[in-house]
Design a protein around this ligand. Structure first.
Ligand code: NAP
Length: 247
């Protein structure tokens, strides 16, 4: 197999696990990195881990909140690997605050990095996939986008927006052989959840049926399934990976 998977926000945490898992499945990997320092802090290591599976891997820098940088990223990855077969929109941030204390900057930053980014990447990559008449797009949303979460109005709005974007795109692109799905993780142990206040962490953990936080590899497994031929007849869906946190 010589297919290429592009994973945004792949320099660490969930994105790194997805990149490594797709490398294990035989994909060449474009490791999307926010900046040159993201390459140094983690991207290089992810590339090395992917290459151990005998595939090619390389870091590519882009701020996915920026429309033109996403266009450049798509062109660079296509020039390097000959196409993009799987796109995983994983990059994201949170800027938590209660609604009445949330600044406009906090709201805009999260909407741009978490939602507009998914539009930016799909807008440029889907054109290539349409020409190739195949492809799989997997967008990382969150249970917060399905159920809401206090202190995360901006994040929940962005992640709910991803669900609508995913479903609309799946309807537009299905006839061209492209599947578009979303994965909604619950509470996954990463730097994003490490930063939560202890009470919020403990409350979330107490509600998980499987009695443990998720791992980045738990999310990567769901992404690998949706990218695989086993999921060829699945599109427009949201696969929740939360250990039973929300039902
Ligand atoms: P994380 O540890 O904070 O990693 C986020 C990644 O995204 C980093 O590599 C970061 O790069 C990159 N990134 C952020 N803004 C970017 C931008 N504008 N352009 C390009 N890259 C950017 O987060 P995570 O926990 O792995 O989360 C990954 C995804 O899963 C996110 O979409 C998140 O919302 C979602 N999710 C996470 C959880 C959870 O419990 N952890 C639950 C539900 C959903 P730099 O650090 O170099 O900026």
């Amino acid at each position: 197999m010589s297919k290429c998977a592009l994973v945004t926000g792949a320099s660490r945490s969930i994105g790194a696990a997805i990149a490594c898992r797709l490398a294990k499945e035989g994909y060449h990997i474009a490791v999307g990195c926010h900046s040159e320092s993201s390459i140094e802090k983690g991207g290089k290591d992810v590339v090395a881990r992917c290459r151990k599976f005998g595939v090619e891997a390389e870091c590519f820098v882009a701020d996915v909140a920026d429309f033109s940088q996403c266009e450049r990223l798509t062109k660079e990855v296509t020039a390097r690997f000959g196409g993009i077969d799987v796109l995983v929109n994983n990059a994201g941030i949170n800027r938590d605050a209660l609604l009445v204390r949330m600044s406009e900057e906090q709201y805009d930053a999260v909407l741009n990095a978490d939602l507009k980014s998914v539009f930016n990447m799909m807008r440029h990559t889907a054109k290539l996939m349409m020409k190739a008449r195949h492809g799989a797009i997997i967008n990382i949303t969150s249970v917060a986008g399905l159920f809401g979460n206090p202190g995360q109005a901006n994040y929940s709005a962005a992640k709910a927006g991803i669900v609508g974007l995913t479903k609309s795109a799946s309807r537009e692109l299905g006839a061209r052989g492209i599947t578009v799905n979303a994965v909604a993780p619950g509470f996954i142990n990463t730097s994003m959840t490490d930063a939560l206040p202890e009470k919020v962490r403990n409350d979330a953990l107490a509600s998980i049926s499987l009695n443990r936080p998720g791992t980045p590899e738990d999310v990567a497994g769901a992404v690998a399934f949706l990218a695989s031929d086993s999921a060829a007849y699945i599109t427009g869906q949201v696969l929740v990976v939360d250990g039973g946190l929300r039902m």
